[in-house]
Design a binder for this molecule. Structure first.
Ligand code: GLP
Length: 243
């Protein structure tokens, strides 16, 4: 595992964007595993700037997002499909037909999960998986549990995740309580993993995830077993790593 310490959020974002850009330049038909949340927004902005400067071509890239809220339509401005369109896809030359996000409107969880597992399989594996880190150590929406879930599954979000996500919604009642997420198995099969972590609130969980015991109670801790993980943390998030 490599840990890169950035001075601040923008530097973290720039470094992350450079890693993603390098992946696309070296393999123009890369399959990127993408994430939502506040952490990747800056990296997406840098990727858009590189595209606008003519330095990056997304036309052969495929993307597979980690997760989606169950029950939200792609048109809902809180859905992760909407997030990806507005923060990245609408501003680059990616073929939208090759950008995948779980179908939040599929009411049958078994079908939704099977369909998305098939999509991941058909893409031939993820070259680079971008991850944020949830306050409780979740990755994608793999919440702390007694065991790791392998494939795509439907999750009951924990109270702490619902509370953390409520900052994006008008009211607490509107925050979805369930989501479809890629499993730990799918994430761990990615060839490279890039984790971005920002802010003092994540300092404790960052240390626990990468230097504590490997346990499904801290889902991100499983990344210690992956052989190509790069963590990019800003100064505040990295504050406890030297202790
Ligand atoms: C959500 C997403 C995760 C993300 C996490 C952290 O739960 N499902 O993929 O990593 O939030 O978000 P943030 O980057 O806003 O802290």
């Amino acid at each position: 595992m490599r840990i890169i310490k950035a001075d601040h959020y923008d530097q973290m974002s720039r470094i992350a964007a450079n890693h993603i850009a390098a992946q696309i330049i070296l393999k123009p038909d890369s399959v990127l595993g993408l994430a939502t949340g506040s952490s990747p927004i800056g990296a997406y902005q840098h990727l858009i700037s590189m595209y606008q400067a003519g330095d990056l071509d997304f036309s052969n890239v495929t993307s597979i997002n980690l997760d989606e809220y169950k029950g939200l339509s792609p048109k809902d401005d809180q859905s992760y499909r909407y997030f990806m369109n507005t923060h990245l896809f609408d501003h680059i030359n990616i073929n939208k037909a090759k950008t995948y996000v779980p179908d939040g409107l599929e009411a049958d969880p078994q079908k939704a999960c099977k369909d998305y597992d098939k999509i991941i399989e058909n893409c031939g594996g993820i070259d680079l998986q971008l991850l944020g880190l949830g306050n409780n150590g979740h990755i994608g929406f793999n919440e702390p549990a007694d065991a790791y879930a392998k494939g795509v599954h439907c999750v009951d979000l924990t109270q702490s995740t619902i509370e953390a996500n409520s900052r994006f919604f008008d009211s607490f009642d509107k925050v979805p309580k369930q989501a479809y997420t890629m499993g730990i198995g799918s994430i761990m099969q990615a060839k490279k993993i890039l984790v971005i972590v920002s802010g003092g609130a994540k300092a404790g969980i960052l240390k626990e995830a990468f230097f504590g015991p490997i346990t499904p109670k801290v889902p991100a801790s499983v990344l210690q077993l992956h052989n190509d993980v790069t963590v990019i943390a800003d100064q505040e998030a990295a504050a406890l790593l030297d202790q």
